[in-house]
Design a protein around this ligand. Structure first.
Ligand code: HEC
Ligand code: HEC
Length: 256
C-alpha cells in the first residue's frame, strides 16, 4: 500500500503540473514557492486540524491515515519542504482540501519536515515534546564528559526501556526472516526498504526509533509496507511488532 501510494503521489504531482499548464496559454512550470513555515505554529495547527486522522502523536491510525513521522518518505518522496507544503495545500485536510491558507500549509509542512529531523535535532525534540513525546536520547558525542576517573562507579542508571526477553528477540528474528528480510535484506542491509542495522541504518542512538515502543508502534501501523508472505500493512499483532522491534534494536546494539 505504502509503495503504491508513493507512486500515486508521484503521479499526482505530475498531474498537478499538467493541470496547472492546461489553464495557461503558455505552459510553464514553476517549482512551488511558499512563505517560510513556522514548525511550532504547524504543531498547533496539527493538533486542531490533522490529529483526528493522523493520530495525536502523528503515528498514523491504521485504516484512516498514514504516519507522518519516522518515515524516509519525508525527504525522498517529498524532496523539499515546499513540495510537501504544495501537497498539503492541495489535498489536506482530506475532509476539507483547499481550506488551508498558504501560510498554514507552509507551517504544517515545516512541522512535518521538522518532526522527521530535517530541521535539526533541537527542533525535532521541541516538536516531539509538543506532541507529548520524549525527545530523542542525546547522541553519544553530545553527552557530557565522563565523570573523573577517581569517582566511585555510580549505580547503573534505571533502564529506559522495559526488559526484553531472549524469547522475544528470537521470535522477532524468525518474523524478520520470514517477512521483513524480503524488503530490508537478510542482513538488515536494505533493499526495497531502507537498511535497518549496520553502517547505513538510520536507527542510531538518538534517533526516534532507538525507542522500543516508538519503533514497535511504527512497525505495527506501517509494516510490512505491502502484503508479504502472509502479512499485510496493519496485520501484525502488537506482540509481533514488539518482537520485531526488539530484534532490530538488538542488532543495532541499542537494547539496554
Ligand atoms: C479526514 C482525515 C484527514 C485529515 C483531517 C488530514 N489528513 Fe492527511 N491524510 C489522510 C489520508 C487518508 C491520507 C493518505 C493519502 C490519501 O488518501 O490522500 C493522508 C495523507 C497525508 C500526507 C501524505 C502522507 C504520505 O504517506 O505520503 C500528508 C503529508 C498529510 N496527510 C498531511 C496532513 C495535514 C498537515 C493535515 C492537517 C492540516 C492532514 N493531513 C489532515 C487523511 C487526513
Ligand atoms: C514490501 C516491502 C517491505 C516489507 C516486507 C517490510 N518493509 Fe519495512 N519498509 C519498507 C519501505 C519501502 C520503507 C520506507 C517507508 C517509508 O519511508 O514510508 C520501510 C521502512 C521501515 C522502517 C523505518 C526505517 C527508517 O529508517 O525509516 C522500519 C523500522 C521497518 N520498515 C521495519 C520493518 C519490519 C520490522 C518489517 C517486517 C515485519 C518490514 N519492515 C517489512 C518496505 C518493507
Amino acid at each position: 500500500m505504502r509503495l503504491k501510494r508513493g507512486w500515486k503521489l508521484a503521479l499526482a504531482g505530475a498531474g498537478m503540473v499538467l493541470a496547472g499548464c492546461g489553464a495557461q496559454a503558455a505552459p510553464s512550470y514553476h517549482p512551488p514557492s511558499f512563505p517560510p513555515g513556522n514548525p511550532m505554529a504547524g504543531a498547533r495547527l496539527y493538533a486542531t486540524t490533522c490529529s483526528t486522522c493522523h493520530g495525536p502523536t502523528a503515528q498514523g491510525v491504521p485504516g484512516v491515515a498514514p504516519a507522518l513521522r519516522g518515515r524516509r518518505a519525508f525527504g525522498t518522496l517529498y524532496t523539499s519542504e515546499a513540495q510537501l507544503a504544495q501537497f498539503i495545500e492541495d489535498y489536506m485536510p482530506k475532509n476539507n482540501p483547499g481550506s488551508l491558507s498558504r501560510q498554514q500549509a507552509a507551517d504544517a509542512a515545516a512541522f512535518i519536515w521538522g518532526l522527521n529531523g530535517h530541521l535539526g535535532a533541537a527542533t525535532q525534540s521541541q516538536l516531539l515534546a509538543a506532541l507529548g513525546q520524549a525527545p530523542p536520547a542525546p547522541a553519544p558525542s553530545s553527552a557530557p564528559s565522563a565523570a573523573p576517573p577517581s569517582a566511585a562507579p555510580s549505580p547503573a542508571p534505571a533502564p529506559s526501556q522495559p526488559a526484553v526477553t531472549a524469547a522475544e528477540i528470537a521470535a522477532g528474528q524468525r518474523l524478520y526472516a520470514q517477512v521483513c528480510s524480503v524488503c530490508h535484506g537478510a542482513q538488515g542491509q536494505g533493499g526495497v526498504g531502507p537498511s535497518l542495522w549496520g553502517p547505513s541504518s538510520a536507527i542510531t542512538a538518538g534517533s526516534p526509533f532507538a525507542n522500543l515502543s516508538s519503533l514497535a508502534n511504527f512497525i505495527k501501523t506501517s509494516m510490512p509496507a505491502a502484503p508479504t508472505n502472509g502479512y499485510a500493512p496493519g496485520s501484525l499483532s502488537p506482540a509481533q511488532a514488539h518482537d520485531a522491534a526488539a530484534y532490530i534494536l538488538q542488532q543495532n546494539h541499542l537494547l539496554k
